[in-house]
Design a protein around this ligand. Structure first.
Ligand SMILES: Cc1cc2nc3c(=O)[nH]c(=O)nc-3n(C[C@H](O)[C@H](O)[C@H](O)COP(=O)(O)O)c2cc1C
Length: 309
């Protein structure tokens, strides 16, 4: 029987969004279970949904190690993993055996060797392979660790990818929700473009946000930051900017689409901040690393007590 120590089931925590019923609104963000190896075991930590990936068509090593660093003084992490994964086909073989019952998101990207002009083909391959086995999709164009990937957030290439996936989706027996994951480093005018793109392509929602390339307002010394080098910063240092992006998208679009809020959630109050800013669901990664296995239960317990869900 599954371990229930860190889980909490209550009908009042359920949330229906884009045709799916989430048993609670706190999910595991992408990057933790990149290869769909652990989602069964991870259900024991109370998550309402788990996002696997980022997966790419071909297996790839990612960047040389060491590529993940703790910023303990800031409760943050810097990573430059670079989409290390065993390729979409291997993940599919594992997902075929899935009987976990948990909602699984499939986060998809492009291989490092694929030039941006051909990126759409990589997203298409991953989409087709995973389509029968995941409940929703996330188009990741916001990782700072694949050279030039974030240029795909520009209107033209992004619209091309999303229109392609929408068309493919329409041709399937069952349609899966498609979300777009964005960086916290976009300007207001780029966020305005994102709102327009969601409205034009009619995708199902936004995940805000990925890690940041900013190094502002950190307690960690510049010397240490220089030693660490490039990478995406996550955890408490990205919390404020991530909430701002959610608030901006929600207000400016007049709540035109669902938002999954992620970035620096370590406590129940952090989760409530995201929900109040306009997020419909939230995800965690770095907070789970720092706060440990009881974290999700603590959050959802508070959501129940405060009716903040
Ligand atoms: C080590 C590490 C690896 C990550 N890998 C991915 C990834 O493969 N795809 C992705 O979309 N986001 C990835 N992320 C970003 C997280 O999903 C999340 O958006 C970000 O870390 C902000 O949330 P947090 O502050 O709760 O960690 C990764 C984050 C970390 C720390």
């Amino acid at each position: 029987m599954a371990c229930k120590v860190h889980t909490l089931d209550d009908k009042k925590l359920e949330k229906s969004l884009f045709g799916l019923t989430f048993k609670n609104p706190v999910g595991l963000a992408a990057g933790f279970d990149k290869d769909a190896k652990l989602y069964n075991e991870l259900t024991a930590f109370g998550f309402g949904f788990i996002e696997i990936g980022t997966l790419t068509p071909l297996p790839q090593e990612g960047n040389p190690k060491k590529r993940m660093f703790r910023l303990s003084d800031d409760s943050g992490l810097i990573n430059r993993m670079g989409f290390n994964n065993g390729g979409v086909k291997e993940a599919v073989e594992r997902l075929k055996k899935n009987n976990s019952g948990i909602i699984i998101g499939g986060n998809i990207g492009k291989n490092k060797v694929t030039p941006n002009e051909n990126a759409v083909d990589d997203y298409e391959i991953c989409f087709n392979e995973l389509h029968p086995y995941v409940d929703y999709f996330v188009v990741n164009v916001s990782s700072p660790n694949t050279p030039n990937l974030r240029a795909l957030q520009d209107k033209k290439p992004l619209t091309e990818i999303l229109v392609k996936l929408k068309t493919l989706n329409a041709s399937k027996n069952k349609q899966r929700p498609i979300l777009l994951k964005i960086a916290p480093d976009l300007t207001d005018s780029q966020l305005d473009d994102i709102i327009e793109i969601v409205s034009e392509t009619k995708i199902d929602g936004i995940i805000a946000t990925n890690t940041t390339i900013s190094r502002e307002n950190l307690k960690t010394s510049n010397k240490k930051l220089e030693e660490i080098g490039n990478g995406g910063l996550s955890g408490k240092p990205v919390k404020k900017r991530s909430t701002e992006v959610i608030q901006y998208l929600s207000t400016k679009s007049k709540k035109a689409f669902p938002i999954i809020g992620v970035g620096g959630i370590h406590t129940p109050e952090d989760a409530i901040e995201k929900l109040e800013a306009g997020a419909d669901l939230v995800q965690v990664y770095t907070g789970f690393v720092y706060e440990g296995p009881g974290m999700v239960k603590k959050i959802i317990k508070k959501l129940l007590e405060t009716n903040a869900n």
